[in-house]
Every structure is written in C-alpha cells, then in structure tokens.
Design a protein around this ligand. Structure first.
Ligand SMILES: *Cc1c(COP(=O)(O)O)cnc(C)c1O
Length: 393
C-alpha cells in the first residue's frame, strides 16, 4: 500500500520536462554546456569559486577524498549519525573511518570528541550537516586548523543552508552535496563538490572523466563519474526552486513546532544559534520512556512514512573491524529515541496537523503506558533503573 503521506515528494513540473526536452533536442547528452551551467549556478549560489558535478553523492565523496590526497594509511574522522556513504567513501579510497560522537541536541560532530580521536594518522575530519542544519563549523574549523588536519563537509542534505550568514560548502577544503530524490532538490541521482581550491577542482574534473588530460591521454587513474546533461538541465531548474522550498519548509517547521508545543515526550528539532535550517529532515527526539519503534509502527500504520535517520553507522556489520569496540554514548542514545517525519515542501496544513496529531496520540499513549507500568510492576518506591542518557546530563 502506498503511504498516505510519503517521506519525499520531489518538486518538479513542466519546467524540468522542458529543460530535459531541450537537452534531448540538442543531441549533447553528457560532457556539455548544461553541466557547466549547473556548476556555475551552484557555485555562485553557495558563494564558492568552484563546483564540479558528479554522478551521485557517494562517488562525489570518494572523488573529494581522492582529490584531497586521502588514501591508504590515512584516518578520517566521521560521525556515525549519518548515511552510510560518509564512511564507506572513506573505505572506498583505502583510508580508515574513525567514528566520533555528536552533540545530543543537533546531532552533528562534537569537536571535543573529535579532538580526542585525532592520531598521527588523522588526515581529515568530515563533518555532516545533519538534516541539512549547519554543523558546529566554527568549532571544527578552529580544531582542524589548530591540529593541522583538513576539514571536509558532507553537505549532502544542506543545499542553501547558512550559519551566521555564511553558506555551507566553503568552510573547509571541499564539500559534497547530493541530489538524490529525498534531498531538498534533486536530479534523480547526482552529486556536486564545491571548493575554493582550483587545484582540487581540476583534479575532480580529471577523476570524473577517466583522468583524461587531452583526448585519450590518461594521466591519473580516473573513472566515469559524470553527471548527464539531462540531469544537469534538471538541476539548473531545481536550483531556481531552492529558496522557495526552503522558505516553505521553515514556515512549516514553525507550524509543526507550535503544533507539538503541548505534546509531552516529543522534542522538535533544535535549531542552532545563527543557523538557517533547511529541514531536509524533520527529526524529533522522544522521551526515553517511550517505545520509539512502537510509535514508528503506529505512524506507518496510519499511512505516514516516518523513518529513523540514521541507525548508527559504527554498528553496521561492514565496520565491525574498525568500530566493533567503539562506544558512542550520545549517538547510541539519540538513535534509540529519534524519529523523522515526512517533511517535503508539498505538505498541506491539513497534512501537517495530521502528522502532529498522530504523533501526539502515539507518544501520549506510550507515556501513559510507561507510567502505569512503573507504578504497577517495579520496586517498592515504584522506580526503575533508567538507561544511561548523556542527553540528559
Ligand atoms: C544522501 C546522502 C549521501 C549520499 O548521497 P547519494 O547521492 O545518495 O549517493 C551521503 N551522505 C549523506 C549525509 C546523505 O544524506
């Protein structure tokens, strides 16, 4: 059954169709002027000198690492509260991901925990802008500079986001953005790397096009990681929609926060001081007494495609060798209590109210259940050992 409220709903209409049609009519389907136009527009919007478009966000991450000379023997510090590619890309280039803990309220890397994990092999820290909200960039930039490591941004979710008026995408050596359909703007598949470093940009262009420096002359080991002209043309139109989508989402986030204000046991997203949050995700944190998975199931039964973003990456079987013994208390606590609601830009006011009402209903029932459970079935004073929760300390 198709859920009544889908997680994502790409915003596209005749304008995208027309742009794609004209690319088809031109006969140039890859390696052409639309890719350049898309890159220029993206770079300009984010106020960075260069942007290089790639086939998807995951290969864009790998290209960004390769162009930053990261490879075997190097360590890259990453959060575990992210999509798996942040860490698999590090592996793909032969380096080792080192997982660090997050801030308990904004879910982005905690510079203090990152500092503790720096070794002589650490080459870079890759920050993730969780849900699109700019991470603790001043803190991480200062740390990276102080310790002589690179700052890289996984800005996959953060198109058009700013911190203290400054766009993400230009805080470190390079940054990656994704255009997969769950993101705020999409090209079906697609990625882009922004950088202020002309040399990095040049290397990215070589990597994506077989390392070709002149026709059929291959100077570096490259790939075919190109975006098609069809996707680039769609991307140009999508970029024009971005500010409208972000404005709608900010307004909807305010509405949602107001609707949930009286709901006990649900904490709406925390917005960092000075941050313009693009709300690619709308992630709430539930009271630790609430059975999150039961709430999730109830929402899904009501036709709401709610999800957990993200099950911790350091617990994935593929990282058992490097992270089997790693404990990230805040990441693990948050991962047990978090839940992301559908939050695409086409949600109606009625749908927002429906989401808030169903979430409130599900959480309230479970909070009451937890209370009755406690007064009935535990020790003489009705108390039960609470699971450790750093978020509450
Ligand atoms: C979406 C996403 C990616 C991967 O991008 P794709 O284009 O799907 O390959 C990487 N990191 C984060 C944080 C993401 O949200």
């Amino acid at each position: 059954m198709t859920p009544r409220i889908r997680l994502a709903k790409p915003q596209a209409d005749e304008a995208e169709v027309e742009a794609i049609r004209s690319v088809l009519a031109s006969g140039i389907l890859t390696n052409g002027p639309k890719t350049e136009e898309f890159e220029r527009a993206f770079a300009e919007l984010h106020e960075v000198p260069h942007a290089v478009a790639l086939a998807n966000g995951t290969v864009a991450l790998a290209a960004m690492l390769l162009a930053s000379d990261i490879g075997p023997g190097d360590e890259v510090i990453v959060p575990s509260m992210t999509f798996v590619s942040t860490a698999t890309a590090v592996r793909h280039v032969g380096a080792t991901p080192v997982f660090a803990d997050i801030h308990a309220d904004t879910f982005d890397l905690d510079p203090e925990d990152v500092a503790r994990r720096i070794t002589s092999r650490t080459k870079a820290v890759m920050v993730v802008h969780y849900g699109g909200q700019p991470a603790d960039l001043p803190g991480l930039a200062a740390l990276a500079e102080d310790r002589g490591i690179l700052l890289l941004e996984d800005a996959a979710q953060a198109h058009g986001a700013r911190l203290h008026g400054r766009y993400v995408g230009g805080w470190g050596r390079a940054a990656m953005f994704s255009f997969t359909p769950t993101k705020n703007i999409t090209t079906g598949e697609g990625g882009i790397v922004t950088t202020a470093d002309a040399d990095v940009a040049e290397r990215l262009r070589l990597l994506r096009n077989h390392g070709m420096t002149a026709p059929y002359r291959h100077e570096v080991l490259g790939f075919n990681w190109r975006l098609t002209e069809l996707q680039a043309a769609m991307g140009v139109v999508q970029l024009g929609r971005l500010s409208g989508i972000l404005a709608t989402k900010r307004r909807n986030a305010e509405r949602m926060a107001a609707l949930l204000r009286e709901t006990p046991g649900v904490r709406p997203p925390t917005v960092r001081d000075g941050a313009e949050h693009p709300f690619m995700l709308y992630t709430v944190l539930l009271d630790e007494r609430v059975d999150r998975d039961a709430v999730l199931a109830e929402l899904q039964e009501a036709g709401i495609e709610a999800k957990v973003y993200f099950p911790p990456v350091h617990r994935q079987p593929i990282f058992r060798d490097v992270a089997g013994a790693v404990r990230l208390d805040r990441t693990e606590d948050v991962a047990r209590r978090m839940l992301s609601l559908p939050f695409h830009a086409a949600l109606t006011d009625e749908e927002l109210e429906f989401l808030a009402e169903r979430l409130t209903r599900a959480v309230t029932a479970r909070l009451q259940g937890a209370r009755e459970d406690r007064s009935g079935g535990s020790g003489p004073d009705g108390r039960r050992a609470r699971p450790a929760s750093l978020a509450d300390r």
